[in-house]
Every structure is written in structure tokens, then in C-alpha cells.
Ligand binder design. Structure first.
Ligand SMILES: Cc1cc2nc3c(=O)[nH]c(=O)nc-3n(C[C@H](O)[C@H](O)[C@H](O)COP(=O)(O)OP(=O)(O)OC[C@H]3O[C@@H](n4cnc5c(N)ncnc54)[C@H](O)[C@@H]3O)c2cc1C
Length: 465
């Protein structure tokens, strides 16, 4: 049977775009189908006070080598996360000013010693979690039975440190600590290289750098490199494998290919109709990978007024719905730009409120830490990812108790001619853009290897006939 292309890619986020580019580089023909009217997926542009920023993923860090390389390739200007000055942190009802991003200094001395102990415990657990098979590590089943909250109740003595860990879970996963498996949490932490990297805003931290003019423009550049333009507004509905080819159906038509790569968030992959049907294990896994809840907000001011007062506008509080907040002002503007989040339960509580109510809550929260000037913004913009049809939440999907050990082995196993990409399938910086790029490149390598075999078989058959 004739095919239209070697590989069909479903989803034009960073994973799908990286997969398509890698396959094209390997000499394969690729068609990319994207449900939205734009590429980028969970990387999306934002306009605030005349500046182009990101409503989706925006930070990168020096250990994120693949996205850093792509940024360099497209000539993107990288700037350091502004961090000079003192931050405002509140843990378990106690407020403190901290230098730069030294959040742990907000915790009094005795609990801080326990915080150090917590880090050692997490590092010890991480040693037992193989990144490519967290379900197979020593003690995996026992760890996977516990939520982060349950684990903390057993292993962390002080309420302040438990509160700290809970807030870390909300901030990193946009999920409540009662919802997340401890095994998943440790895997996530290890896949980024440890808690310090996950939380850090300088050095090797995952929030150390930003892209001037938006991270999203890198996604645009990746799409522009493709010989066949990405088909926009083309949601895939069904993936049918028959007669040694795979047919991806949309409302408008279909693409016939030797192989397909599904690079959507797990919940959206679950909605596709597969023929033959997915294995029970894969189908259940997709339905149990739960997206986080998040509303991302920008507030712009005439000037970064907080800097003159020695503040770096890092505001983190386990008592606020709108937290954390950071200064992301790009170089070359007089404006001051803050970004902040409603994460996890607060996002779910605020998603059905009006934008005006959210704006009032945001400004009042900022006023408490930064003073009355915070009430005079020049612009405000927000995006509610809970209501985004083609993401169904963010930043990524996490797993509740029991999921990883029972269903995790199905994460990357191809379904016939269908391969899986998406940040949730990555072993490195899972949940991040780096993870998305790596997952796309891994799926492309799998397909390229099978394509080489397909071509060799076809050549042998035609030589014999
Ligand atoms: C608010 C927010 C902040 C974040 N902050 C950061 C950050 O600072 N740094 C960082 O590294 N990461 C961050 N992330 C996470 C990061 O953006 C994601 O991990 C990454 O973009 C995921 O890429 P992906 O390609 O795996 O998935 P996606 O970007 O979700 O791409 C999947 C694509 O598939 C499409 N699709 C879905 N269903 C179908 C269908 N049936 N047919 C066709 N197409 C379909 C979707 O429209 C989408 O374009 C953030 C995310 C958000 C939303």
C-alpha cells in the first residue's frame, strides 16, 4: 500500500516538533497534525505591556542541554533570571526576607536542620529509583503506595518542614501533595538532577535563564524548518493500523504513513480511537496520568519599583493562593514585569471566578509583599490552563499512588507502529520543555531505526521480484 509519508506526528508541541525535525534530518518524510491554530502546545505566546513573553513554559537552565542547544541554533537571546535583592517567603505562617533565592533561610534554624535531613532522605531515595524504570527500583512498590503527604507524616517530624515539602509539590507539579505518589515525586526530582536544580533560580537551577522575545519563538522556528508545513486546526481523531501502514484520521481527511508518533498530553492521547485498541495497561496508564492545575498571570508596571527597595520580587507563601511570583523583566525595557501562578488547589478554586476577581486577588497579594505601588500596574494578562482544551492543565501530568508500579512499564512501549513522545515520557527533565525535546528525539530515533529496516525489506522484495 502506498503511504503519504514515512511518519505522521500527532501534536506540534516541542516533543512533536523535535521528533519531526529529527526524522527529517534522518532523511524521512514527515507530516505533523496539530489540533490548535498554532504550534507550541504548552509553550504559548503572551503579550504584556508591548512585550512578547510566554503564557506557557518559559524558563530553562544550563543542564537542559537540548533546549539550550536549540535556543543557540535559532539565535535566541538568553537572559539571566533577575535575582539580585531580597525575596519574600512565608512558610507555615512565618514570614521572612531571604537573600536572592535562598528559600531555605526562611525556615528557622532547628527546622532548617530537619530540612537538610529531608534533602538527604530524598537523595537516598533517589539513588534507588532508576530513571528508565522507576517501577523496578528497590522498595518501589512500598514507596508508590504512599502519597507525598503520607510519606512526610511518617518521615518528617516538624510541621514547618512538612509545609515546605507540600508547597514544593504544589509549585513544581501544580498538584496537591495528597494526590501525588511519593515514588513519582522522587522520580520527577531525580529526572531534573535533584531538588536544588528543580527549585533553583541561578547557577544550574531550572529557572536560571529566560528567552528574550519568548520561548515560544523557538517552537515557531522548529515548525518553519519542516519541509511540509504543520497542518493546523487538524485534530487527529483515530489511528488505524492495517496492511503494514498506519492511517491517522482527522475531520478533514487522513494521513497514511509507515509509522506514527503520538506527542500529545496523556489525557488527549487517551481520547484518540485506536484500531487495534491499546493494551489495557497503556489505556489505564493514559487515564491515570493526571494533569496539574495552573493559572499563569503577568502584571506589568511602569518601572520595576521593587528593585530600588532592595527586593527581587520573589514572593513565595504557603498562605497565599497566588504564589510563587517572580520578576521576569527582560533586558532593554523600562517596564517591570512580574509573573505568578495559581497552582494546584488554588487554581481549581479560582478557575471559575471572574478575571476581575482574580486580578484583585493578585494585586492585593503583591501589595502585601511589595507595597502600595503594586496596586498601579500598567498591564495585566492571564491564561487559565485548567480550561485549555488541548492541554487540560499543566505544567505536566503526575501519577497518584500505585500507578507507576502497576502501569508505568507501558509508558514508552510502542503500540504496533505507533510510538510515544511527550514530556511525560522523558527520563530527563520530565515535565519540562527539555523533557519534551528529548522525548521527541527518542521517539524519532526509534522510528528511524524501524524505517531503515522497512526500506531494506522493500528493497530486498523488489530485487527478488
Ligand atoms: C503555565 C506553564 C508554565 C510552564 N513553565 C515551564 C518552564 O518554565 N520551563 C519548562 O521547561 N517547562 C515549563 N512548562 C512545561 C512545558 O511547557 C511542557 O513540559 C512542554 O511544553 C510539553 O511539551 P509537549 O510537546 O510534550 O506537549 P504539548 O506542548 O502539550 O504539545 C502537545 C500538542 O498536541 C496537540 N494535540 C493534542 N491533542 C491532539 C490531537 N488529537 N490531534 C492533534 N494535536 C493534538 C496540542 O494542541 C499540543 O500542541 C510549563 C507549562 C505551562 C503550561
Amino acid at each position: 500500500m502506498a503511504t503519504d509519508v514515512d511518519c505522521a506526528v500527532v501534536g506540534a508541541g516541542f516533543a512533536g516538533l523535535a521528533a519531526a525535525n529529527a526524522l527529517q534530518l534522518a532523511g524521512a518524510s514527515v507530516a505533523v497534525l496539530e489540533a490548535r491554530e498554532r504550534v507550541g502546545g504548552r509553550s504559548a505566546p503572551a503579550e504584556i505591556a508591548g512585550l512578547t513573553m510566554d503564557f506557557g513554559g518559559m524558563w530553562l537552565g544550563p543542564t537542559q542541554t537540548r533546549i539550550s542547544a536549540l535556543a543557540r541554533e535559532v539565535g535566541a537571546e538568553i537572559y539571566a533570571q533577575p535575582i539580585e535583592g531580597r525575596g519574600h517567603v512565608q512558610v507555615n505562617g512565618r514570614a521572612a526576607r531571604i537573600p536572592k533565592d535562598a528559600v531555605e533561610l526562611a525556615v528557622p534554624l532547628v527546622p532548617r536542620l530537619e530540612l537538610l535531613r529531608l534533602q538527604l532522605q530524598l537523595d537516598r531515595l533517589a539513588k534507588r529509583v532508576p530513571l528508565d524504570a522507576p517501577w523496578a527500583g528497590k522498595g518501589a512498590v512500598a514507596l508508590d503506595r504512599l502519597t507525598v503527604t503520607e510519606w512526610a507524616k511518617r518521615h518528617v517530624w516538624m510541621a514547618t518542614v512538612r509545609a515546605f515539602l507540600s508547597q514544593v509539590c504544589r509549585t513544581l507539579l501544580c498538584a496537591e501533595p495528597e494526590e501525588v505518589s511519593m515514588l513519582f515525586f522522587v522520580f520527577y526530582m531525580k529526572s531534573a538532577g535533584g531538588l536544588e536544580r528543580l527549585l533553583g533560580m541561578q547557577g544550574e537551577g531550572g529557572q536560571a535563564q529566560l528567552v528574550k522575545g519568548s520561548m515560544h519563538r523557538i517552537a515557531l522556528e522548529l515548525a518553519q524548518r519542516l519541509e511540509r508545513p504543520v497542518q493546523l486546526r487538524a485534530p487527529a481523531r483515530a489511528i488505524v493500523e492495517r496492511d503494514e501502514q498506519v492511517v491517522v484520521r482527522t475531520d478533514e481527511g487522513e494521513v497514511r504513513a509507515h509509522y506514527a508518533i503520538v506527542a500529545t498530553p496523556p489525557g488527549l492521547a487517551e481520547r484518540l480511537h485506536f484500531e487495534p485498541g491499546l493494551s489495557e495497561q497503556k489505556a489505564r496508564l493514559l487515564s491515570r496520568q493526571t494533569m496539574g492545575s495552573c493559572i499563569k498571570v503577568y502584571v506589568a508596571y511602569a518601572r520595576p519599583f521593587w528593585r530600588a527597595r532592595g527586593s527581587n520580587a520573589l514572593c513565595l507563601s504557603d498562605g497565599d493562593a497566588f504564589t510563587p511570583v517572580m520578576d521576569v523583566t527582560p533586558p532593554g525595557t523600562e517596564r517591570g514585569v512580574l509573573v505568578g501562578f495559581f497552582d494546584a488547589e488554588p487554581a481549581r478554586a479560582w478557575t471559575d471566578r471572574s478575571p476581575e476577581e482574580r486580578r484583585a486577588e493578585v494585586l492585593e497579594t503583591l501589595r502585601r509583599d511589595l507595597g502600595d505601588d503594586a496596586l498601579q500596574p500598567v498591564d495585566y494578562a492571564e491564561k487559565d490552563w485548567c480550561k485549555d482544551r488541548w492541554s487540560e492543565g499543566c505544567y505536566g501530568a503526575s501519577m497518584g499512588p500505585g500507578t507507576m508500579t502497576e502501569l508505568g512499564p507501558a509508558l514508552r512501549v510502542p503500540h504496533g507502529r505507533v510510538h510515544w513522545a511527550g514530556t511525560e515520557t522523558s527520563t530527563v527533565w520530565s515535565g519540562y520543555i527539555e523533557g519534551a525535546v528529548r522525548s521527541g528525539e527518542r521517539a524519532a530515533a526509534e522510528v528511524a531505526q524501524r524505517l531503515r529496516r522497512t526500506i531494506a525489506t522493500e528493497e530486498a522484495a523488489s530485487a527478488a521480484s
